[in-house]
Design a protein around this ligand. Structure first.
Ligand SMILES: [Zn+2]
Length: 305
């Protein structure tokens, strides 16, 4: 039996929003099975909880936003990616501002926090979204696709005309351990030449060398350098996991991306949901040999967390 998971107890975290620059405190609270991940804005009276779901995504410019208008929650992707990475399916998140704190620009602080808090198995089977058929979205020269695979795998390629990045490629096979060791610590990044433009648009007000890799024309400006040579594409995989976790299930399928971003990831999720023949939701407890054969499901689903 592969059980759904929540956290062992309440935990609080405080930080600043990357784009808003505002200080925010989040409280993560254990939740029952099938609750999913839900956010509520405690700074807004009578605000209703909002389920983390691909169809509730508002804007995807520079970050993934849940909802729209005054009650939206911005920059959810690194927290959601980390919850997925640790196999946490259910948690209630109170947040007293418009944006999830950026921490160090990666998922590392959330991994530390959640492991310290402890995880708790719930008495109900996990559910998997099993990809049965290829689904692809394209926009200009960018694209992303789902194809069948027995476990979540992500093959990502990014291309930036910058001497430190150029073309980077990473092939990631999901396991909790692999996520923690190879993906969670990869930071978000930006270019010094874009700083003025983004600030004029009201973005990255909280951005600094403490919460992003910043590149000038030739090199990384952060004095500590990079955590991995290909930290940039590894971060793209953290973003991808966060964005596809909004499907609401653990995924058995491969995602291949080329020059993708939050917008393409969300379009891919929406197209999948519009294509019922391309996926199936299966309870881990129902994954008997007969069910696998009847539905042509993968022969095994690796879950190592
Ligand atoms: Zn990111």
């Amino acid at each position: 039996m592969i059980y759904q998971r929540t956290i062992a107890k309440d935990v609080k975290v405080t930080g600043i929003g990357l784009h808003s620059g505002k200080k925010v405190t989040m409280k993560l609270i254990p939740a029952e099975a099938d609750f999913g991940i839900q956010f509520v804005r405690t700074d807004i009276p009578h605000s209703k909880p909002m389920k983390a779901n691909a169809l509730t995504v508002g804007t995807t410019e520079n970050a993934t936003t849940l909802g729209s208008g005054a009650e939206a929650v911005h920059t959810v992707e690194h927290l959601l990616g980390t919850l997925y990475g640790l196999g946490i399916n259910n948690v209630f998140i109170e947040i007293d501002g418009p944006e999830v704190p950026i921490m160090d620009g990666s998922g590392a602080s959330f991994v530390f926090l959640l492991k310290e808090t402890g995880l708790k198995n719930l008495n109900k089977s996990k559910k998997f979204l099993v990809i049965l058929d290829k689904v692809r979205v394209e926009k200009d020269d960018k694209w992303a696709e789902f194809t069948p695979n027995s476990n979540l795998a992500i093959e990502s390629t990014i291309v930036f005309p910058h001497p430190v990045i150029k073309t980077q490629h990473f092939d990631f096979e999901f396991s909790c351990e692999n996520f923690i060791n190879n993906i969670a610590r990869a930071r978000t990044f930006g270019f010094a030449r874009d700083v003025d433009y983004l600030k004029r648009k009201g973005l990255i007000k909280g951005g600094s060398l403490d919460n992003a890799i910043v590149l000038d024309e030739f090199k990384v400006m952060n004095p500590e350098g990079l955590r991995f040579d290909n930290e940039f594409v590894r971060h793209k995989i953290l973003d991808t996991i966060g964005d596809v976790s909004l499907l609401g299930y653990e995924i058995a399928g491969k995602i291949t991306t080329y020059k993708s971003g939050h917008n393409i990831h969300n379009l891919l999720c929406r197209k999948l949901l519009e294509t019922p023949s391309a996926y199936e939701i299966v309870s881990a407890s129902a994954l008997t040999q007969e069910v696998r054969e009847a539905h042509k499901l993968p022969q095994f689903i690796t879950v190592s967390h």
